[in-house]
Design a protein around this ligand. Structure first.
Ligand code: TLP
Length: 346
């Protein structure tokens, strides 16, 4: 039996025995020389899946986003992004430090922006203003509770951006979840973006790894900055193999994670004082509020831990739960039972 049911993130999964076998068997070479056949195969595969000319393997989703921002912008440029987005909130201020850009943050609904908001935010061509260069979108949206960017909305934003000479970057750390939930292929989403970052180490269950995809010239630029950021890795086919395995075997099963998240949301909804709309749970992330209960998220975290369930406070009274391949349906029942015991209005 496992020590903890870990609902803090879908990043906590451990490689399955079959994935480990693929890693052991991987052919490797020095990827800084471009000689790792497994990395090359992964990069070609992801470029194909996203309908882009090329893609490049990097250690993390953070590096993937930051390389895209760096490669698209000049210091002093402005990047339009949603207020609760990952690059703005959870990447250590990297875009300011590494790219010298400033963000223009717009408030979305569950992370989703309206094209009209973006249109209004684009700076006029006047030397007083920063140059608006890039629009960043996130699908699914983490802080938005795993919300799915409707493809029509992405298309509208992209058409607007292109008509104004702006570039679009899509943070697709969980694009696979959006794709499985909607039946819309990753390349259909990706066609609307100049660059896309994707992660293998979230719902797909690989231990490490993300990629950035785009045109060949863009990826050449990213390659240069990857070296500069210290992201060039050597015999890294050993982890790229886990990524290939994950793409071949762990995409369709994301459906199960979405069902588990919905089940969690419905169970939480029945607890008096929990604020959650189960309708809003579209993928594998559940965010709920306990402001009415007179408890804080950290108190709940500590009580839940005593009952063997790990959860992630997301603000003073908000809690995030994420389902993944290392939590079973039974684990969800156990977690709900623990929540029913801990979440009692004071
Ligand atoms: N998100 C992590 C934490 O940083 C919050 C998580 O547990 O969800 N884009 C999105 C949308 C993400 O959710 C994350 C990771 C990243 C990028 C960064 O990926 P890593 O952690 O590989 O740098």
């Amino acid at each position: 039996m496992k020590e903890f049911i870990d609902l803090r993130s879908d990043t906590v999964t451990k490689p399955t025995p079959a994935m480990r076998k693929a890693m052991t068997d991987a052919e490797v070479g020095d990827d800084v020389f471009g000689e790792d056949p497994t990395v090359n195969a992964l990069q070609e595969k992801v470029a194909r899946m996203l309908g882009k000319e090329a893609s490049i393997f990097v250690p993390s989703g953070t590096m993937a986003n930051q390389l895209a921002i760096k490669s698209h912008t000049q210091p002093g440029d402005e990047v339009i992004i949603e207020t609760t987005s990952h690059p703005y909130n959870f990447e250590g201020g990297a875009s300011a430090a590494l790219s010298g850009i400033q963000f223009n943050c717009l408030q979305g609904i569950r992370g989703i922006l309206e094209p009209s908001q973006i249109e209004e935010a684009i700076r006029p061509d006047d030397h007083h203003f920063p140059v608006t260069r890039l629009v960043c979108l996130e699908n699914t949206h983490n802080r938005g509770g795993g919300s799915i960017y409707p493809i029509e909305r992405i298309a509208e934003i992209s058409r607007l951006a292109r008509s104004k000479g702006l570039l679009v970057h899509l943070d697709g750390a969980r694009l696979w979840n959006a794709s499985v939930a909607t039946g819309i292929k990753p390349h259909e989403y990706a066609q609307w973006a100049d660059s896309v970052s994707v992660c293998l180490s979230k719902g797909l269950g690989a231990p490490v790894g993300s990629l950035v995809a785009g045109s060949r010239t863009f990826i050449e630029r990213v390659h240069r900055f990857r070296k500069m950021f210290g992201g060039g890795m050597r015999q890294v086919g050993i982890i790229a193999a886990a990524g290939i395995y994950a793409l071949d075997h762990h995409i369709e099963r994301l459906k199960e994670d979405h069902q588990k998240a919905k089940h969690l949301a419905l169970g939480l909804h029945e607890i008096q004082g929990v604020s959650i709309d189960p309708e809003c749970v579209e993928t594998n992330i559940v965010i709920f509020d306990i402001a009415e209960m007179g408890m804080t998220a950290t108190q709940v975290r500590d009580e839940m831990k005593k009952k063997g369930v790990l959860i992630h406070p997301f603000g003073r009274t908000q809690i995030r739960l994420v389902t993944h391949l290392d939590v079973s349906k039974e684990d969800i029942e156990t977690a709900l039972k623990a929540f029913r015991e801990v979440l009692r209005p004071s």
